[in-house]
Design a protein around this ligand. Structure first.
Ligand SMILES: O=C(O)CCC(=O)C(=O)O
Ligand SMILES: [Fe+2]
Length: 283
């Protein structure tokens, strides 16, 4: 049972985020880490026989990447399809916690919107600039994002940056009313929306970086402003599972017939412009 006492809940309500510890999450994050390492070793074995099984996950991943980025890319993609990943995003203790804290009756677990990121040192290809998750996911407004790293995420390795207290209002965005994934493969080519009136310098000066240990949980409100950190370390990757849970019985969600962003239906990926036309401006 996760202990979020009234003091922590108060802090969450005022800042929009919380770091929590849960033994089940920690254990499942470790299982996933071990499974990823095994998959990488199996791949390495298919290429060469003289490698050390004692390498840690960073060294193993770096080795694959050094041989050919195509190899590390295959690992990146398959992690989300490991049962150990699904076990982590469907974690019971977190579902119980949300039902208890927010009186939700039914959890919404939009697994298509759950990610596993491996950010390499110096790699900004998938940098996700300041945003509110709600704009991209349009699950319940009250939804929670869980950010669970498999190895410690220090400032150097790209701790996520958060603007405390920013969850109290939804912000207007500009973008395209249709989802048009770009063809250069970087994040900015498929991230559909940008904040309309945000001054980067204000966001930067009022925000904080949130370093976090392996298996800890950073939970934040779907409206909290945040952005990716930069991995400026030399050899360490940033391994993180990002999953979301919402309130399936949210009135607005029911009224719109459970419409939300779904990667298997690309037309829904810019759905915010339809759900909140008053918060959306054509670019
Ligand atoms: O881990 C990151 O860099 C940020 C990812 C993020 O904000 C998201 O997936 O919603
Ligand atoms: Fe996000």
């Amino acid at each position: 049972m996760i202990d979020v006492d009234s003091k922590k809940l108060k802090s969450f309500n005022s800042k929009g985020y919380l770091i929590i510890n849960d033994s089940e999450t920690k254990r499942k994050a470790l299982y996933l880490k071990k499974a990823i390492k095994k998959v990488m070793l199996r791949k390495l074995k298919s290429i060469k026989s003289d490698f050390s099984e004692t390498l840690d996950i960073d060294a193993t991943y770096n080795k694959l990447h050094a041989m050919d980025p195509f190899l590390s890319g295959g690992i990146y993609d398959v992690v989300r399809e490991l049962p150990e990943f699904l076990d982590l995003i469907n974690i019971n203790s977190l579902k119980v916690l949300l039902k208890k804290l927010f009186k939700w009756k039914q959890i919404h677990l939009p697994y298509g919107l759950c990610q596993f990121r491996i950010d390499r040192p110096g790699d900004t290809k998938y940098h996700f600039d300041w945003h509110q998750d709600y704009t991209f996911n349009i699950i319940s407004k009250s939804a929670i994002t869980f950010w669970v790293p498999l190895t410690d995420v220090t400032l150097e390795k790209g701790a996520v940056r958060i603007l405390p207290g920013s969850h109290k209002k939804l912000l207007p965005v500009k973008g395209k009313a249709c989802y048009e994934p770009g063809n250069n493969g970087n994040a900015s080519s498929h991230l559909t929306f940008k904040l309309l009136n945000a001054k980067a310098s204000d966001l930067e000066s009022n925000s904080i970086s949130v370093p976090i240990k392996a298996g800890q949980i950073l939970m934040f409100h779907s409206h909290v402003l945040h952005r990716s950190g930069y991995n400026i370390s030399k050899n360490f990757n940033r391994w993180v599972a990002i999953f979301r849970m919402g309130d399936l019985y949210d009135n607005d969600l029911i009224l719109r017939n459970f419409f939300c962003a779904r990667p298997n239906k690309p037309i829904t990926m810019a759905g915010f412009s339809k759900v909140h036309p008053d918060y959306f401006f054509n670019e």
